[in-house]
Design a protein around this ligand. Structure first.
Ligand code: AMP
Length: 479
């Protein structure tokens, strides 16, 4: 990896804990971040920068391009949002006049953002925008930003663009639509971020991404974050990045170090999975659980089944309207709904810290999705558990996952009737018996509530007794 030395002081890992005791926010200040941003991090309860933040922030502040291999859950959003906000704030005066006149000296209609963040899904785009809001809360003046994605009416986004935001966070398709309509111009972009670039390419956005990048000035600073760096990402980087700082933060350890994993071998047909998921959720603690299915139909069915059994659950997938998805996510975030049933795509960018249990009801087709899925638990320094069901047809998928992880996932049971005893379930939901790493934590949220008391373990916290017998279409839970 070709990391070079930044002009800012190096921060040794050993010195960080001492700094965090000296003064709240000191470990972030030493990376070169301004007081207003450090204040926001302290108010978020962050104590120490994560590895991706330590490695990216000083270089981004220095104006360097960055190619970072980092997946969700590592703190990558802050790694680009914080220095981006600072650079925009420092250059605010010079940029203002340039933006109004970037069209040959003419003031024109349409929005000309100074920073553009492109992300694969609307959920992720919305999460990034929410982080910009949180991290920029003490900046004066505040940095205007808006989020743009498809699947919803264009009206409110057009309206927001009239305020000429400094930052636009967007998914590729809708952004290009708005550019085509003359509502967005990219010729004043100083900083371009491509987030989860590998996923954008997987989703077929490569041509769109190229069209977007080509509309930005060559003088821009470009930051590319990707969970993996396959050849396609490397060639995108060599086309669009200038002499980038390149680094990888531990690829799989964020999830595997903090999430214990087990696999349950079940028979063909839905019966065993249906029964086992309920027993696991009953045994789960008072933390949230996400159940992953492979198909949208499967997500609906599992969710309906859970609701009929009395669990307060909601489903999100690509066939749900944006407002329905937001309602479900909101209820999940607030804890009104403790169980979220999701497909892989819809789950991208879900940023909920206290997810204690991930159930892979179906194994994912793509092994890397497994890592993204289990990374939903064990975020922000918490610990969590991931339980995967594997029927005979899914054995090949399990092999792929284990190859990627370079480890065997311990088997917790081989059928509901025989091995899924209450003790075995409790062992899974309380974290025993699985594979996990050293459970190192970063930052706050020390995971104090990750272990249930004996009484909690028996109490079915996810259940809503009044709806126990009700057959229901999977509704968006009240938030
Ligand atoms: P991300 O990888 O950007 O999706 O971030 C994962 C989670 O880590 C988010 O919930 C952040 O709020 C949280 N986070 C980011 N940076 C830190 C930090 N330095 N300390 C504690 N939590 C953090």
């Amino acid at each position: 990896m070709n990391e070079t030395i930044s002009s800012r002081p190096a921060v040794s890992d050993a010195s960080l804990p001492l700094l965090s005791q000296a003064q709240p926010g000191a470990p972030f200040a030493i990376l070169g971040l301004d007081e207003a941003l450090v204040r926001a991090l302290v108010s978020e309860g962050y104590e120490l920068p994560t590895p991706v933040q330590r490695r990216a922030i000083p270089h981004v502040l220095d104006g360097r391009d960055v190619l970072a291999c980092a997946q969700t859950g590592t703190g990558k959003t802050a790694a680009f949002v914080l220095p981006m906000l600072q650079r925009l704030a420092h250059n605010a005066a010079t940029a203002a006049s340039a933006r109004l006149t970037s069209n040959g000296g003419q003031r024109r209609n349409g929005s000309s953002p100074r920073a553009l963040v492109v992300a694969p899904t609307r959920e992720l785009a919305a999460q990034i925008a929410e982080r910009i809001n949180a991290y920029g809360q003490f900046l004066s003046p505040r940095m205007g930003h808006t989020v743009i994605y498809g699947g919803v009416g264009q009206g409110s986004q057009e309206h927001a663009l009239r305020n000429r935001p400094d930052i636009i966070v967007a998914t590729p398709g809708r952004l290009l639509d708005l550019i085509g309509q003359g509502l967005v111009h990219l010729d004043a972009v100083e900083i371009l971020v491509l987030d989860e670039a590998d996923r954008m390419l997987d989703m077929g956005f490569l041509p769109d991404v190229k069209r977007i990048v080509q509309r930005t000035p060559r003088s821009r600073q470009t930051l590319l974050f990707s969970a993996t760096i396959p050849t396609s990402i490397r060639s995108l980087a060599s086309e669009f990045l200038k002499d980038p700082i390149e680094f990888a933060v531990a690829k799989l350890t964020p999830a595997t170090a903090t999430v214990s994993q087990t696999v349950w071998h079940v028979g063909s047909g839905p019966a065993e999975k249906r029964s086992l998921v309920k027993r696991l959720l009953e045994g789960a603690t008072d933390r949230r659980a996400i159940v992953f299915t492979r198909t949208k139909r499967g997500a609906n069915k599992v969710c309906e089944d859970l609701v009929a059994a009395g669990f307060i659950a909601g489903a999100i997938h690509g066939n749900k309207s944006q407002s329905a998805r937001e309602r479900v996510l909101d209820a999940f975030r607030k804890g009104t709904a403790r169980v979220l049933v999701a497909t892989d795509l819809a789950a991208r960018g879900i940023d909920v810290d206290d997810v204690g249990l991930v159930v892979n009801y179906d194994l994912p087709e793509v092994a890397e999705s497994y890592v993204h899925r289990i990374g939903r638990a064990g975020r922000a320094g918490n610990t969590g558990h991931a339980v995967s069901f594997c029927d005979p047809e899914e054995r090949g998928l399990l092999t792929q996952i284990e190859k990627l992880l370079r480890t065997r996932i311990p088997v917790a049971g081989s059928s509901v009737g025989a091995a899924a005893t209450p003790d075995a379930i409790a062992a899974v939901t309380s974290g025993g018996g699985g594979t996990s790493g050293d459970r190192q934590q970063h930052g706050n949220n020390g995971g104090s509530n990750s272990r249930p008391s004996a009484r909690d373990a028996r109490r079915p916290l996810t259940r809503n007794p009044s709806s126990r017998r009700r057959r229901s279409k999977c509704p968006a839970p009240a938030s």
